[in-house]
Design a protein around this ligand. Structure first.
Ligand SMILES: Cc1ncc(COP(=O)(O)O)c(C=O)c1O
Length: 363
């Protein structure tokens, strides 16, 4: 693998102040790109000025959605150090998504190097205010122009960066969730455990329906029985019922969330009773009615934890923990964000500092 060539942009863009940052609207000055050609493999890793792609209208990804992505964050700590949160785990998940979508695997070390290389060039874009972060979006698309359903012969790996604002500007806010009882997100044997664009496109109509009914997001049930919890919006779901924390097992229909994994580890460290098991929606509704549903929350890179304050299912509405974030939800949020901002000892070695060496200008 050749070294990473760097071409700097001639005119850096003005930066958005930390206070004005939202999610996914501002992009940094550069991007990382690498190409794949059948017979040659992945080659020409490079950092270039952020720019549009020119794609032939027949490009495979535009027709058959052969594409994967991932999403992770880097944080500027109180000590000024920029830390990536579990970059290797995200690189490995990207590769598992590639495998499912018939995309040639990437070298996970190269993927992690791309994170470091691009952040190094655009390090001035990493915001500082607590709650802000730099979101990384590594993506792979089939770039061969052809019509016909088969795996493409050419691909592009690219990485873009977006400084993002705090998910909770005014404190952790619980959301109202509608249980989707006819649309499903995934089935076993499908692609629910891969991070591929079609899963998100397929979720939009149920999401729009939930919004029309006054809810924020959808709780997905399993695609076979319409009975067991799968995920909430684009987050993994956890419930605390009568002292036990439960979350659905990784059975192929849900994305193996990095936040899910981190939170399960923390709760096990703390000696809590934690189960990965099927959770029936009837069990959750019954627990809500009899007062044993203590807390319920989603987990994901964007929000870390997102408490569920209200649940609607088949015309019935239940309120959880008086519609407020529960104590365990808050404890988990604080524990994860303290690690991300370098405020506490990272005993699991989840963070990886970005070392800022002297930048090279090669082209
Ligand atoms: C469908 C889906 N489930 C769960 C998650 C949470 O995963 P993570 O904690 O790795 O962000 C995400 C976000 O990436 C997602 O898109």
């Amino acid at each position: 693998m050749s070294d990473i060539a760097i071409t700097l942009c001639s005119k850096p863009k003005p930066k958005t102040p930390d206070d004005a940052l939202r999610f996914g609207t501002v992009f940094t000055d550069h991007m990382f790109v690498m190409d794949y050609l059948e017979g040659r493999g992945w080659h020409s890793p490079r950092v270039v000025p952020y720019q549009p792609f020119e794609l032939d209208p027949a490009t495979a990804v535009l027709h058959y959605a052969q594409a994967v992505f991932d999403g992770l964050k880097a944080f500027r700590g109180v000590d000024g150090v920029i830390r990536l949160f579990r970059p290797r785990k995200h690189a490995e998940r990207l590769n598992r998504s590639c495998e499912r979508m018939c995309i040639p695997p990437l070298d996970p070390d190269m993927v992690v190097r791309s994170f470091h290389a691009l952040i190094e060039v655009d390090n001035a874009w990493v915001p500082s205010k607590r709650g802000t972060a730099l979101y990384l979006r590594p993506t792979v698309i089939a770039s061969e122009p052809f019509l016909g359903v088969r795996a493409a012969k050419n691909y592009i790996y690219f990485l873009i960066l977006s400084p993002v604002g705090p998910y909770y500007a005014e404190g952790i806010k619980p959301v109202k969730i509608l249980v989707a009882d006819h649309n499903v997100r995934a089935v076993e044997g499908g692609v629910g455990d891969a991070k591929t664009g079609g899963n998100y496109a397929a979720s939009l109509s149920a999401q729009a329906e939930a919004e029309r009914a006054g809810y924020t997001q959808v709780l997905w049930l399993d695609g076979v029985h319409r009975k067991y919890l799968d995920e909430v919006g684009s987050m993994n779901i956890m419930v605390k019922i009568a002292g036990e924390v439960a979350t659905p097992p990784l059975s192929g229909t849900i994305l193996p969330g990095v936040t899910r994994d981190s939170i399960l580890s923390l709760m096990r460290d703390w000696g809590l009773k934690v189960s990965e098991r099927p959770i029936a929606i009837d069990e959750v509704m019954a627990a809500a009615r009899n007062g044993t549903l203590e807390e319920m929350w989603g987990t994901g890179t964007a929000a870390v934890v997102s408490p569920v304050g209200q649940l609607g299912y088949k015309g019935e509405k239940v309120v959880i923990n008086n519609g407020e974030a529960g104590p365990l939800t808050r404890r988990l949020y604080d524990a994860i964000t303290d690690i991300q901002y370098g405020l506490t000892n990272d005993v699991h070695h989840w963070t990886e500092p970005v070392v800022l060496a002297k930048q090279r200008r090669i082209a």
